[in-house]
Write a protein that binds this ligand. Sequence first.
Ligand code: B12
Length: 148
Amino acid sequence: MKAVERAERPRSGPLDVVVTGLPSDAHTWNLVFIQLLLEDLGHKVVNLGPCVPQDEIVESCCKFEPDLLVVSSVNGHGFNDARPLIEAVRSRWELAGLPSVIGGKLGVGGGDEEQAAELMRAGFDAVFQDGTGIAAFESFVGSLAVTR
Ligand code: B12
């Protein structure tokens, strides 16, 4: 990548971010991709990896006190795994205000708008489905770094 291309990317202050896969999801390179993207934007990442039990995700958020939780879904069970996860996150008073997003493929065949809307109702702050591009995610992260 040329230096001039790197310089044009939006830069913001460092956030502490927890990145995680969902309990049933074995896919890993999606998590590596998100970690590298966030680190390239200047943020600090704890990557919990794939197949993380729900309780471990919640406890890790309590332990690391991140500025942002990023959930990545690929295997087609994202919607089913993510709804109880975000309900468990929001049930903890320490995490009630933790900015939390999910992205990737929410369901079999990708996912749909209704699933995204339901995940927002359940407590996610943003849903970035495949096909919407990574710019919206970068913009969300950038605005968080400015306003926190
Ligand atoms: C490698 C792979 C595997 C490997 C994973 C190995 C590993 N250690 O990672 C193995 C063989 C284990 C595997 C297993 C399965 N897989 Co698989 N796998 C793939 C494959 C070929 C590549 C995935 C990959 O690494 N991509 C590279 C990463 C960087 O890209 P990505 O995962 O697409 O993530 C991008 C986006 O989704 C997005 N994104 C992801 N998360 C987030 C989060 C945020 C916040 C944002 C903004 C964006 C974002 O950004 C990423 C970069 O662009 C894809 C097909 C394909 N060509 O994509 C299928 C695929 C993901 N697998 C699929 C399936 C169905 C399975 C299995 C269920 C198959 C089975 N019947 O056993 C199992 C599930 C196992 C489990 N428990 O999860 C389906 C998912 C279908 C769906 N969701 O609709 C796919 C799409 C294949 C297909 N076309 O059917 N798989």
